[in-house]
Design a protein around this ligand. Sequence first.
Ligand SMILES: Cc1cc2nc3c(=O)[nH]c(=O)nc-3n(C[C@H](O)[C@H](O)[C@H](O)COP(=O)(O)OP(=O)(O)OC[C@H]3O[C@@H](n4cnc5c(N)ncnc54)[C@H](O)[C@@H]3O)c2cc1C
Length: 333
Amino acid sequence: MSDADLLIVGGGVAGLSAAWHAKRAGRHVTLVDEGIHRASDLPIALINPLRGHTGRLVTNGIEGMHATFALIDTLRDAGHAIESGRGLHRPLIDVAPAARHEAFWRAKLDGTLAFDWHVRAPEALGLVEPVPCLHLHDAGWVAPLSLLDALKIASDATLIVDRATDIARAGQHHVVGLASGSTLTARSILWCGGAWGAALLDRHATTASGDALYKPGSLLVVDTLLTAMPLSFGLYAAPFGADRTLIGPTREGSSATFAADPASPEVVAHLADRIARVFGTTMTAHEVWRGVRLARLSSSATVALDGIPTLTALGSRGFLMAPWLAVAWARSL
Ligand SMILES: Cc1cc2nc3c(=O)[nH]c(=O)nc-3n(C[C@H](O)[C@H](O)[C@H](O)COP(=O)(O)OP(=O)(O)OC[C@H]3O[C@@H](n4cnc5c(N)ncnc54)[C@H](O)[C@@H]3O)c2cc1C
């Protein structure tokens, strides 16, 4: 049996952000990560507090955005190579008439999120329809693996590649059984298992209100450069290498079980059709990445790990919110 100061289960963006902030708070972290079905392995993640078709502002999303970019800047200053960029366009496609006017966005965003107003989206976006467009200065994107690799190194955590099969409290300690047969004890613990971790626990199929928790989604690639800049309008499209475009995510229903199967041909065709309509060209799209996120839980439906702190269920916002949530958690250490 080995003894850890602070044990984190799960090494996606949640677990690694927490490990890095714990290290800054002077703690040594042991990280147990099986490393499979990691939702954090997507090819590009937007860091964008203005979400969905209607442009909802995510609660604390602006704080989250600044925390994620502050983390990226700090890691870069320490010499880590992280691929990311700031500045995101939001063409106003298929929105209500009011949302096509600058006054609507000024009333909604002034004093919170800086933007430029374009009466007509820049040509470099490649859109077929001359719609107005917001240019969000502070939102942006990151190549997730470059951030996770940097966090892994900078957090200096002891990594154990294994599956935590059992977590129990024993007096002042937590005892964690591993699939390999060994056991860890830890004075403090944080569970960051994401969708796959919830599936392993087999007790999180629905929230208290009966909503399914697992949200599968795919990102597709088309073999044409449709846009020279990343853009988001409920869907997103971003340059992917010199002559391809990453688009997504597919629209799929939630599931009560972890669903790793490829997207159905109908779902892929629907996204490709929509993108073709926006960019005015026919195209074939291929699935490049498939993931399952754990739906954002309401406060009345916590992940049921009795007495064990969690940083999880980040929905489609892991890269937007995990670093900010990890700061708050590290303050409590
Ligand atoms: C299609 C799609 C598009 C998305 N786009 C965006 C986006 O643009 N911007 C954004 O911010 N977010 C986006 N997300 C959401 C984002 O991917 C997730 O919110 C985030 O990755 C969740 O991170 P996590 O650390 O909680 O979980 P994960 O990344 O899933 O990590 C959990 C880790 O824990 C391990 N694990 C679980 N249980 C155990 C156990 N018992 N023992 C050992 N290891 C265990 C798993 O193997 C895994 O490695 C998207 C998600 C999808 C599916």
